[in-house]
Design a binder for this molecule. Structure first.
Ligand SMILES: [Zn+2]
Ligand SMILES: [Zn+2]
Ligand SMILES: [Zn+2]
Length: 325
């Protein structure tokens, strides 16, 4: 069964999806995404598939439980797609060529447009969970796309402060973050013509990187070809730098935050990527505990300025060794 249940205290939806309990945990023998598996074509490069264990459905079942005005219940309507980055099992996004990352960006753009244009879909989120530390159940390199029938709370919080800033200060809050970060400079880890990457002043995770387009853009539909190339190149830089940092493939959550797709105007929103790697050092993991889970307040045990210097160096080294081939 699948349904949405409303939390009237936090004012947010919870997706209840019990069928997901049955999904495979790191299947070792047969990977459903490798060539030869039933689900995939005989040959592919990049591929979008419906999620086999979706939490949101294009045609959702009727909710199992009856709701009322206080305990609201709604069908779990939405989209859950899987994006396979490569047909090769033992690879990662960081190892893909800039050309293939560019093709992935173009594919994201197409899916954002397609899912976002569906009447009931108010928000589309493109993301990747990578690594066993994040609880990834399938190691084949892939990302995901969710189309939500509501604007999720974190996106809403960003939208609310962006709108207020726009009204009060007459500008974009993300553009102001950009000018603050360039004024200081210490937390910027990479940049090119169209994009820059940094560990924000307010980072929650030791190696939390955000990537912003330098030009104000609400979503990836506004990317021209030159912008898309810049984005592919900075994604590659950051991912390769992450892997260089500790000498192993870095686990992370990658999120693409864009304007909602509910048909309203969002001139104050500025799309961006956020990466949350759970590692705080080579052999230590940062767990979300009482202060984070209970209060919603993060404790970052490191100085973003120092971590940015480390990561900047790793990115430069990664670039060098890529150039040396
Ligand atoms: Zn595989
Ligand atoms: Zn902006
Ligand atoms: Zn964001």
């Amino acid at each position: 069964m699948s349904e949405l249940r409303w939390n009237p205290i936090l004012r947010e939806w919870v997706i209840v999806a019990t069928h997901r309990q049955d999904r495979p945990l790191m299947p070792t023998k047969t990977c459903p995404f490798c060539i030869g598996a039933e689900e995939v074509p005989k040959n592919y490069d990049l591929l979008v598939l419906p999620n086999r264990f979706p939490s949101l459905h294009e045609c959702p079942p009727a909710p199992d439980i009856e709701g009322d005005d206080f305990y609201r219940v709604a069908p779990a309507k939405g989209y859950c797609e899987v994006v396979l980055y490569s047909s090769e099992h033992n690879t990662t996004l960081a190892q893909q060529s800039p050309r293939r990352i560019l093709n992935l960006i173009l594919l994201w753009r197409e899916r954002f447009d397609f899912i976002g244009s569906k009447e009931d879909i108010k928000y589309v989120m493109i993301f990747e969970n990578k690594g066993a530390e994040i609880g990834v159940t399938l190691p084949h390199p892939h990302g995901q796309i969710y189309g939500y029938p509501f604007i999720p709370p974190k996106a809403q919080q960003e939208l609310d402060s962006a709108r207020e800033h726009y009204i009060d200060k007459g500008g974009c809050i993300f553009c102001q973050v950009q000018s603050e970060e360039f004024r200081d400079g210490r937390r910027i880890v990479a940049q090119n013509e169209g994009f820059f990457a940094f560990i924000p002043f307010f980072a929650r995770w030791p190696y939390e990187v955000h990537i912003y387009p330098k030009k104000h853009m609400e979503c990836i539909l506004e990317l021209g070809m030159a912008d898309a190339l810049s984005l592919a190149s900075i994604l590659k830089d950051v991912l390769v730098g992450y892997d260089h940092l500790f000498g192993f493939s870095m686990p992370y959550i990658m999120i693409l935050h864009q304007r909602p797709t509910d048909g309203k105007e969002y001139p104050y929103y500025h799309f961006h990527f956020e990466f949350y790697p759970p590692r705080r050092s080579k052999d230590k993991i940062k767990y979300l505990a009482g202060c984070e889970s209970g209060a919603g307040t993060y404790i970052n045990d490191t100085r973003p300025e120092e971590k940015a210097a480390e990561l900047r160096k790793a990115i430069e080294e990664g670039r060098k060794s890529a150039a040396e081939g």
